[in-house]
Design a protein around this ligand. Structure first.
Ligand code: NDP
Length: 496
């Protein structure tokens, strides 16, 4: 990975923060890849100044002009796709196959989508609703957006935050996670080359409590857009509430995987392993709890265990590696501790549950793990693990499966597995989640929204829904009578 020449981008200039030193570590080896200085609240203020100064001009650009810049950005990213994949793999510990096949192309597709969305401003038709005015709808940018992103999909999250904001004519200050800033800086540099005016996209870096709070706590930003844990999201919501700042929250998930008794078992087994292990389980929509009809329980568990055992952990740059490390040693230790507590509370590990020894011991690796015997109310079933861990619970009826699936504080994603059309319809209706898959789990597309219900937050990423959230609607009412004496004045003073 090439080290960035600076750690922030403010007003189009790649520079360095003035705060404490931060390190970017390769979680597959423990090697320090890059040391940089964090941005202080003063650095963040400069970034907000730059966004404020650039915002008016960019808001005045035509949709076609904004679209052209986004199209050029997609081409720029295409041109550095391999560098992006290498950097993502290095800083986040992703197998190179995942970075090349999912993170980078998915991000580029999202940029291309918002190039199109920039040219589409929906609203009600103009009409004389009052009889005496023509009403029109203007869809306008919100202003300066302060965004915070997590470390699990650094490039994708940066794109999901940035593109709808700039396509809609806003300026943005974005803070990625302190541990994975590299591809976000590459995105900002690519945006400059694509012709995005200086100051429209600013990137600041550093720890959440220092750099992030200075950003989202600022009364000068018009909107906060946050993706991360539910706990931090609630803290940020309180900061936003103090300033009355508009809020977009994408928070944690605990996706259920519901297996009815008429399922294609092979498809469900494969879906459960892929859906729980993608990105080493550090995916907010990952399958984390499978509710399986008791008649299939043993076969499902043994099928998943066998397939999990065949998944190859290995060096992230090896094309044959299926599963890399967790994104940090801290995250690996958190996952290991949760599995240990589950076992202490009576659950049984069918496969995995260990930090691998040997050559992989230098990295933050954790084995694919299958847990049975956990109670519905236990931590491993209720809370986010954010690691390669699947808990499987038996159920005796469709009613029970759907009730338990909904019985957690989260509501980001869910899947149901069945050959029955009525069961599929019922599950898609009754599962409380922002996304419900039928006979699959994980695939996303730029055209469709991603976002949660309940403790998973509100606000959608990707799709036209996301674009809308970065705009505000203005009603313009133009008098068509030309009269000085208007009938309604009578409610205030007698018209003479
Ligand atoms: P965190 O909530 O800890 O961090 C997310 C971001 O918030 C990071 O940039 C972090 O900075 C920053 N942050 C932390 N504390 C503060 C603070 N006090 N003020 C301002 N910013 C702060 O989550 P993780 O990084 O652990 O990410 C994983 C979480 O994100 C999981 O819960 C996952 O479910 C969720 N997620 C949700 C998605 C969704 O679309 N719903 C998508 C992806 C992840 P830093 O790390 O630099 O300290």
């Amino acid at each position: 990975m090439q080290r960035p020449a600076g750690s922030h981008v403010i007003a189009g200039v790649l520079g360095s923060g003035t705060g404490p030193e931060q390190q970017v570590v390769d979680p597959s080896t423990g090697d320090t890849l890059w040391t940089y200085r964090a941005d202080t609240p003063e650095d963040v203020e400069r970034a907000i100044d730059a966004a404020t100064a650039a915002g008016t001009g960019w808001a005045g650009a035509t949709p076609a002009e904004r679209s052209t810049v986004c199209q050029r950005l997609a081409a720029e990213l295409e041109g550095i796709a391999e560098d992006l994949a290498q950097a993502e793999t290095a800083q986040a510990g992703k197998p190179i196959r995942l970075s090349r096949g999912f993170d980078v192309p998915g991000s580029i597709d999202n940029v291309a989508f918002f190039a199109g969305a920039a040219r589409r401003l929906d609203g009600m038709a103009a009409a004389e609703w009052s009889g005496t005015h023509t009403s029109t709808i203007r869809r306008e940018p919100v202003g300066v957006v302060g965004s915070i992103a997590p470390w699990n999909y650094p490039l994708q999250m940066a794109v999901w935050k940035t593109l709808p904001a700039i396509a809609a004519g806003n300026a943005i200050v974005l803070k990625p996670a302190e541990s994975t800033p590299v591809t976000t800086l590459m995105l900002a540099e690519a945006a400059s080359r694509a012709g995005l005016p200086d100051g429209v996209l600013n990137v600041v870096n550093g720890p959440g409590p220092l750099t992030g709070e200075a950003l989202v706590g600022s009364p000068r930003i018009a909107m906060t857009s946050f993706t991360g844990s539910t706990a931090v999201g609630r803290h940020i919501a309180a900061l936003a509430a103090a300033n009355g700042t508009r809020l977009h929250l994408e928070l944690g998930g605990k996706a259920p995987f519901v297996v009815f008794d008429d399922v294609d078992l092979d498809a469900a087994v494969r879906g459960a392993v892929a859906g729980s292990l993608i990105n080493a389980g550090q995916d907010c929509t990952a399958a984390t709890r499978a509710y399986v009809h008791r008649s299939l329980f043993d076969d499902f568990v043994s099928g998943v265990a066998d397939l999990m055992r065949s998944v190859r952990l290995g060096p992230t740059r090896d094309e044959d590696t299926d599963l890399g490390p967790l994104a940090s040693f801290r995250q690996r230790d958190k996952v290991a501790a949760m599995v240990e507590r589950a076992v202490r509370d009576g659950a049984k590990v069918v496969t995995g549950g260990r930090i691998p020894a040997g050559a992989l011991a230098v990295g933050a690796y954790y084995e694919p793990t299958l847990v049975v015997g956990a109670d519905q109310g236990s931590e491993i079933v209720q809370d986010e693990v954010f690691g390669p861990v699947l808990a499987v619970l038996p159920v005796d009826s469709d009613d029970e499966a759907l009730a338990l699936a909904n019985d957690v504080p989260y509501g980001l994603a869910a899947s149901a597995w069945t050959r029955g059309v009525f069961r599929a319809q019922r599950a898609s209706r009754e599962l409380v989640a922002g996304t419900v898959w039928i006979n699959d789990h994980i695939p996303i597309v730029s055209e469709m929204p991603h976002g949660g219900a309940k403790g998973s937050g509100y606000g959608k990423d990707m799709s036209a829904y996301s674009f809308d959230e970065y705009t505000q609607v203005k009603h313009v009412a133009s008098d068509i009578t030309g009269l000085a004496r208007k009938e309604w004045h009578d409610t205030v003073f007698r018209t003479r």
